[in-house]
Design a protein around this ligand. Structure first.
Ligand SMILES: [Zn+2]
Length: 138
C-alpha cells in the first residue's frame, strides 16, 4: 500500500485536483491547477515540483500528469475519503461537514483502519455523495 503519510495537506489537495481533471479531454496546465486550487502560479509550481520529486506526477511541455504511483495515491485518498464520510454520516454528521472534515484526514488514515471501518459499516457500495466505493477491502 501507499505511504500516504509522506504527503502534506497542500500536496494532497494538488494530487486530488490533478486526479479529478480529465486529462484525456484537456491537458492540465499550471494555470488551470493554480486556478482550481485558488493559489498563485509560483505556489502551484512549487507544489508541482515537490510532487514531481516524490515521483507522483510528471510536468512536461506545460502539461501535468499523474504517474502510476500518483494515480494509486489519488485512488487511495478518494477511497479513504468516501469511507470516512460514510462513517461520519452514519453517526449523524451532516454530509457537508463530514466531507470537509474527511478532506483533512483522508490522506493520513492508515489502510488497516480504513479496511476495518469499511467492514464495520457493512461494506457500503457508495458514499453519501453516491460515488462508488471500490470493493478491494476485506
Ligand atoms: Zn466528500
Amino acid at each position: 500500500m501507499n505511504d500516504l503519510k509522506e504527503l502534506t495537506k497542500k500536496e494532497r489537495d494538488c494530487l486530488i485536483s490533478i486526479g479529478q481533471h480529465d486529462s484525456e479531454k484537456f491537458p492540465l496546465r499550471l494555470i488551470d491547477l493554480s486556478e482550481s486550487l485558488n493559489i498563485r502560479s509560483p505556489t502551484a509550481l512549487n507544489l508541482v515540483k515537490r510532487l514531481e520529486n516524490k515521483k507522483l506526477l510528471t510536468h512536461m511541455k506545460g502539461m501535468i500528469l499523474l504517474t502510476g504511483k500518483g494515480k494509486s495515491f489519488y485512488h487511495e485518498i478518494e477511497e479513504n475519503h468516501r469511507i470516512l464520510e460514510t462513517l461520519m454520516v452514519e453517526y449523524g454528521m451532516d454530509l457537508g461537514k463530514a466531507c470537509l472534515l474527511s478532506e483533512n484526514i483522508d490522506y493520513l488514515v492508515d489502510h488497516r483502519s480504513i479496511d476495518n471501518m469499511f467492514v464495520k459499516l457493512g461494506k457500503p457500495i457508495k458514499c453519501p455523495h453516491g460515488r462508488i466505493i471500490e470493493q478491494f477491502h476485506d
